[in-house]
Ligand binder design. Sequence first.
Ligand code: NAP
Ligand code: MG
Length: 488
Amino acid sequence: MTTITQVKKYLNYINGEWVSSSRGCVERSINPANKNEVVGLIQSSTEEDVNKAVAAAKRAQKKWRSLSGTERGDFLYKIANSMERRLDEIAETMTKEMGKTLPEAKGETMRGISILRYYAGEGMRKTGDVIPSSDSQALMFTTRVPLGVVGVISPWNFPVAIPIWKMAPALIYGNTVVIKPAQEAAVTAAKIIECIDEAGIPTGVVNMVTGSGSIVGTAIVNHSDVNGITFTGSNATGKKIGQAALARGAKYQLEMGGKNPVIIAGDADLDLAVEGTISGGLRSTGQKCTATSRVFVQADVYDSFKEKLLERVKEITIGNGMESSTWMGPCTSENQLNTVLSYIEKGKGEGATLLYGGERYTANGAEDGFYVYPTIFDDVTNEMVIAQEEIFGPVLALIKVNTIEEALTLANDVEFGLSASIYTKDIGTMMSFINEMDAGLVRINSETAGVELQAPFGGMKQSSSHSREQGQAAIEFFTAIKTVFVKA
Ligand code: NAP
Ligand code: MG
């Protein structure tokens, strides 16, 4: 067992310096593959620390926004290069801290690097339009200005990609940043901040304060000098943040949960559909906001799809994400494991048939990790809790439908609208799906969990505050439009 004295302590990053929290308290960040392994000690900060970070970000604002986009972009390229040099270290930290497999962690880190380079390039692209004035002697155009200080509050499931897809556009458009990463992944976040520091970003432009959401997160959201808040996480937290931001007139952006459906049409390529359902639903232990969780299958192929799915799920190897033989790692925390297990109990209680899994995985000495079997429920009906609430774990609910129309009606009959997919060869079915599916991301013959950094990403209904992140859509949140009228 690791002793606490051997464990590295990670600090807050405020005004270009690594500092302890004002009350000097630390917490352990533990490895979900083995709860006895402490990955690092992280600061448990207070409102006072947030105040210092916001003051630093505010002081840095004027100079940072006065740089050209190209100059700010150069810093993003340097951060990307620093992350690239430390790719293995960052990915291993992520796997040890939150459990996803090493190849997934590497892929995510590479994604983070690409996002930085994409937004570095955005610093040279157009930010406004010329609009003909009714006065022939005047020039009228729009330009974009930064919001000021942006608060970033991020979850643990993509601990590199999400902080970066928020910070990179914030920075390129001239904002300064105070980030509170999820405590469950705060060591991984510290590694990104180390890269930002190595890149020589000016003092105060990026600040990180770690600690609980209820203390540090709340302090950021309520701070009168934080001009915009970008949040990704659960609906319960998002709603609170949105209300608090609205009450003081701050701009906010919320990306939240999903209950993403896949529809398997009668004419689908069943092998492809099974692969997409397994990968979409169970990769990252189902802990993706875009993870597949409801599987609507047309009656004529229901049994053969189910059989193929079952065959494939039995092959899944569970274990420590650091081992190359592992396909699926643990849940990220004990809390998360307990939530998943309680939903499995609910499913059984509601009368769904447990087809596979449904319990903790403790084989091969895994009892010190937060492992659960991939779980498949059969005979699910759409009003069951397991078909309506986000589980955020490796649980699939199979629902039999007679027609595509019925599948679409049921797929939409849920409060979320993040991502959805369909497997079919019929163009008419594809068009109905594109037109009728209420989701921010609709994918055909491809799994629900696929996001490209250059395209807008975000949900409908309760999944989002109806804004979009990533690609060129990010400019809408991170800037304000100024309309300029010039008469010589
Ligand atoms: P969460 O519990 O809502 O936490 C998200 C972040 O908010 C964490 O940093 C958390 O701090 C902080 N927080 C908690 N309470 C707060 C408060 N009162 N005020 C301000 N901040 C507060 O979500 P999670 O469990 O980390 O992440 C899983 C959720 O994220 C799922 O619902 C998933 O669907 C969603 N998600 C959505 C997307 C998307 O783009 N749509 C992407 C990924 C994940 P702590 O350190 O204390 O937890
Ligand atoms: Mg952990």
